[in-house]
Design a protein around this ligand. Sequence first.
Ligand SMILES: [Zn+2]
Length: 226
Amino acid sequence: MKYPCAIINDLLPLYADGVCSKESRQAVMEHLKDCACCRKEYEKMEQYAAQTTNHYPAEAKSTAFIGTDSLAKVRRELLVKRILTAAAAALIVIGLAAGTGIFMKNNVHSVVYNPDTQNIQVVQQSDGDMIARLYGTEWESVYSRTIELEDGQNAVVFSMTSSSWNDLVIGENTASEYLIAGNGKDVGLVSQVYFLSQPVNELSYDQLVKLFANHPEQFTLLWEKE
Ligand SMILES: [Zn+2]
């Protein structure tokens, strides 16, 4: 015999499991052919292995089952966590967007007349109504004041406020309209309509008349009776 039984005995479990090297397997096989003692040992091992493969499957299966089950549970929990995280992130984004939207909606400013785009126009409709059209944003509020002119006619001065939100969402060619003077006796007296790029409501009548007299360049003439 090439190898002592002790060495073969050490190798037997590996041999039985089929995980030993080719050379070791060869050595064990040769040894088993000649050594009844080691062969018996090997048979015992085989028997035990057969028993455990008979017994073990159920156990192994249930272990595997528990394993998969708990893995699935972990996966589920991870998924729930991910969904919650995503939901929280979405809520934060929605919150920020809503906050920004509210901020922009509340960020009201005077509309400024742009001579290049002529973003504000005044037209008199066939029914006599005088309409102010604002392009590119939407008016939040319109303030108008009537100045009595020396010739007994009236000049209407109006200003508009809008919000950053409106500036952002309203298209350049979208118009929002405001009725400046309705078809009545008032409109007949109106000979001029001016736009002021600052809140006309914050000026007293006297202040407005003074400003009109001293700084006519701040008033944009948008309509004049022919
Ligand atoms: Zn032996």
